[in-house]
Write a protein that binds this ligand. Sequence first.
Ligand code: C2E
Ligand code: MG
Ligand code: MG
Length: 567
Amino acid sequence: MQKNNRVSLSPLLKRYKFFFDLIKRTTDAYLFCTDMQTNVAMVSPNLVQDFGLPGEVILDFDKHWGPLIHPEERGLYMASMRAILKSRNVYEHFLEYRIKGKKGEYSWVCCRARVGLDRDGSPLVFVGMITRMARRNQADEVTGLLNKYQFEHGVKMALAGYRATGEGGAVFLFGLDNFKIVNETHNRLIGDQVLRHVARSVGSILPPMLTLYKLDGDEFAVIYPGAGEEQVNEIFTGIQRSLSQPHVVEGRTYFCTASAGTVFYPEGGKDCLVLYKHAEAAMDIAKREGKNRNCIFSKEQYNRWVRSISMRDNLRESVENGCTGFSLFFQPQVAADDQRLIGAEALLRWKNPKGRMVAPMEFIPILEETMLIIPVGRWIVEEALRVCRKWRKVVPDFKVSVNMSYEQVKDSSFKEFVNECLDRYAVPPEALVLELTESKIIADWNFVNREFDHFRKKGVAIAMDDFGTGYSSLATLKNLSCDIVKIDREFVKKILENDFDRRLVKYTVEICHSIGIKACIEGVEEAGEYELLRQECDADIIQGYLFGHPESVENFEEKFLAGKVAD
Ligand code: C2E
Ligand code: MG
Ligand code: MG
């Protein structure tokens, strides 16, 4: 190693020394200025002090600095310096890396430097500043795990690894399901204990070469070079198993589940921010699809997710503007025996701001998820009753069926709202049918029945929609007190060719009748289907394209009420 006193300032550095001495007193940053011709550097005294450099004037700064850089970043540093020295058009150096202090500990620094050219454009000096990255040097406060800055660096290193070796891998994020509830119903301290427990138990099941990072909130991450789906699934099952162990905090037992999102690189992105964004989206999809699962990023699914996010904003805007863009279509319901018009089902339609009609299957789940179904549901009841009042002047026993989500049943003020609307529009309760259209598991049947009994006592009928699909089945029929069962189109579709489905429809109608429930058959499209149903089973109501498609109010009046409606 050189002796400090042997190196003296070059004439060029001597010229700058006056400024350098002034500036170094104004900052805590580490400063350096290298004469590129002689390779002599002048450095600020704090560099000498904190990193044990031989002196404030050094020959070949990199020879002393390079070995102090963490091996994981050293290659990048050297490559950047070589580019500065060799290339005639690289004049800037910007790098974050770990550097070893005098006591042997690593800390993160950020180095920014520039090349100064002489009049002919040849490199003259290299001047820069190194700062400590306080945020990066902190571990996650709650769990003590490496934090999001180190995660970011880890992803960058994994990508650099891919560029060097061609080996891809996975970025895996997971978050705790319903963690917000733990924080809200208890307090942050308990929330923190739960996070520490998760950090410990998940940390202990990870393969030793992998690191568990803690990002914002309740989000954790693992970077897994070389992993495919199988390895990632193994990790996720491990996490599920470790979280399934009960965890006791202050005498209370907690169980938690996690939802995860995985993105493979380079397919899912070659940039740290893009990979993170994709992994987060995948995790959000896992949560929306029912939680406690791992979703693997795909471009198609991601595009759908982006659309649903923008649809959410547009729906909110529509609702805030008094439900503009929404409209109700009505589909006729006829008596099964004589095809007489007896009512209609109100079906919600929505035009997005670009004027495109969006399918109810796309926007209704979003209304439910965002609880916007509550205000929209009220608007629907009001519209449907307003129209029903008009149409009852032409068909006196006309009934309107309104679809209702479980979210609306849970809304305690919905009952009063319906009662008030019936009064306001002077429509008798017998003219209203509420259809429970819910594919999710209903948690509390006693509660649902209590709410429905309130309506039924008043005279409003309750229908169970989509019978035979999802969770609407014989088991539900046993639990739910209702007046009408709507047998789904799934069964009607095949009755002409499938004996089993035909019998199923027939017996379902019989069971319903035996317990005093009416049966409505949905989705009847062809005359042949109707004939068969007439012969084989004794349903009460038919609804389907054969007797009419869903129509706007004006078209419905023209087609099915022979234009007799007066405003
Ligand atoms: P749903 O309540 O079972 O409504 C019947 C669906 O079947 C309607 O689809 C209707 O157009 C369609 N349909 C009726 N007859 C036939 C037929 O003969 N053939 C075929 N292929 N289809 C037929 P739509 O309007 O797309 O609504 C889909 C679902 O969206 C509804 O199923 C309901 O679950 C939900 N939905 C619609 N409006 C509302 C609403 O106001 N509130 C709530 N919560 N959900 C609604
Ligand atoms: Mg319905
Ligand atoms: Mg239905």
